[in-house]
Write a protein that binds this ligand. Structure first.
Ligand code: CMX
Length: 432
């Protein structure tokens, strides 16, 4: 058995019996109460799911297996120039709860390179779509099309034991993650570069090869991809893309079907599509103001106009966070180090000064601070990746790492079909 799979199997077996014992002894202990506001308010804050790979604190932000983003940047094995963390290491950490060594991360890189062959019919399925199909739609079609290769589906069909579900889920996860950069780069090149595709370079790490296939070979862009694909990977289980993957997976749909469903949730403008909306909003603002360097007063007026027209300010607010998102701050740190003085980045930082007090003054926005999506577009634009309808695909390639590691855990821990209770307003009224 491969070393990661072996480690995962040991850890999962131990935790599964621990949970069984805990449930036997404390199964009826109460952890939450549900208010009417939560029933009508998108189930905010209700504790009803287990997600081992990461946990979100409203003030501190995300921790992956207890490690904050700055700690990950310090402790995870890095790319060849030793600057930014390799997402392969984060995947290892999320799956088995240990920071991997350089050798272990190199092993993941090589495994993924060896599993990265994309079936020919996936390229054909993509080529059958109109070229202006939104890149996120292409992405979910491509992921679903690879389901024909699911180990889980094949073994379920053969009559696999419940106790072994985790094994083909792990195999599907490794194969799927390995293939995503190739699929995502294919979508980019077919949509924006006349189908002029770039062959993979398997000597590079997962992010470096992805950057290469996008057509961006600079060391700095490779570093941006390493950071980007690390920080977008997971945000505990309740966010829409994670929760959707989890819910669909709970029906024993395999990793391909579960991830493609999760990616459809990521494609919504209140979730992952916000990264395209942010840069679109900034470009529209610059065009309407007729300058690349707007003043804070000009930005404030544009923000007020956006709000007055009944739209949200993209990249601001969050369902859980109540402070600036550490993923925003990590990208700001990257920009300060690599591309200080860039015009669009300067605009993003001015918006960071201007928007929070305006949102706060509305009196209803619970979090006036920027989220992850407020910064990412400006970095990509700097390196020439200006086609913003593509941005959510980059988010999706990263998000796959967290939601699929979590899917492996859900199958290993024997989690059941998810089925919360719904009620009608008539029922609610009868209780009041
Ligand atoms: N601009 C304007 N109004 C906002 C706002 C923003 N950025 N954020 C929240 N509000 C409004 C809400 O629309 C809501 O208004 P109504 O009561 O009139 O419907 C009110 O403030 C209360 O909302 P909330 O409890 O603070 O926020 P929610 O938990 O309901 O929603 C989120 C969270 C992210 C959907 C919301 O802040 C938003 O729409 N932000 C802009 C889109 C965005 O950046 N999404 C990306 C999030 C990160 C990600 O998933 O990638």
């Amino acid at each position: 058995m491969d070393p990661l799979k072996q480690k995962f199997s040991e850890k999962a077996t131990a935790l599964r019996s621990e949970i069984k014992a805990m449930l036997k002894e404390h199964g009826d202990k109460r952890f939450d109460e549900v208010t009417l506001k939560q029933i009508y308010g998108g189930a905010r804050g209700i504790k009803s799911m287990v997600w081992e790979t990461s946990q979100l604190d409203a003030l501190e932000g995300i921790r992956f297996r207890g490690y904050s983003i700055p700690q990950l940047r310090e402790q995870l094995p890095k790319g060849p120039d030793g600057k930014e963390p390799r997402p392969e290491g984060l995947f290892w950490l999320m799956l088995v709860g240990e920071v991997p060594t350089d050798e272990e991360v190199q092993w993941v890189t090589e495994q993924w390179a060896s599993r990265s062959e994309v079936p020919e019919h996936t390229f054909k399925a993509l080529d059958a779509l109109p070229v202006d199909t939104h890149p996120m739609t292409q992405f979910t079609v491509a992921i679903a099309s690879m389901q024909s290769e699911s180990e889980f589906a094949r073994r379920y069909d053969e009559g696999i034991s419940k106790n072994d579900y985790w094994d083909p889920t792990y195999e599907d996860t490794m194969n799927l993650v390995a293939r995503l950069p190739r699929v995502a780069a294919y979508i980019y090149r077919r949509t924006f570069h006349n189908g002029d595709h770039i062959a993979p370079d398997k000597s590079l790490d997962w992010s470096g090869n992805f950057a290469h296939m996008l057509g961006k070979d600079s060391a700095d862009f490779q570093n941006l991809m390493r950071l980007y694909l690390t920080i977008h990977a997971d945000h505990e289980g309740g966010n829409a893309s994670a929760h959707t993957t989890h819910l669909v997976g709970s029906t024993l749909s395999d990793a391909y079907l579960s991830l493609s469903a999760g990616m459809n949730a990521l494609a919504g403008p209140l979730h992952g599509l916000a990264n395209q909306e942010v840069i679109k909003w900034i470009f529209n603002m610059l065009e309407s103001l007729g300058t690349q360097r707007p003043t804070k007063e000009q930005i404030a007026k544009y923000v007020e106009d956006t709000l007055a027209s009944g739209q949200v300010i993209p990249g601001y607010g969050h369902a859980v966070l109540r402070k600036p998102d550490p993923r925003f701050m990590a990208q700001k740190r990257f920009a300060e180090e690599y591309i200080k003085g860039d015009d669009v980045v300067e605009v993003v930082w001015k918006i960071f000064d201007v928007v929070p007090p305006i949102l706060q003054s509305l009196g209803k926005v619970k979090n006036p601070w920027p989220n992850v999506d407020a910064h990412s577009g400006a970095l990509l634009v700097h390196y020439g990746l200006k086609e913003y309808s593509y941005y959510t695909v980059l988010f999706g390639v990263s998000r796959a790492l967290g939601v699929l590691a979590a899917l492996c855990w859900s199958r290993a821990l024997g989690f059941p079909l998810e089925r919360p209770k719904s009620v009608t307003t008539e029922w609610v009224k009868a209780q009041l």
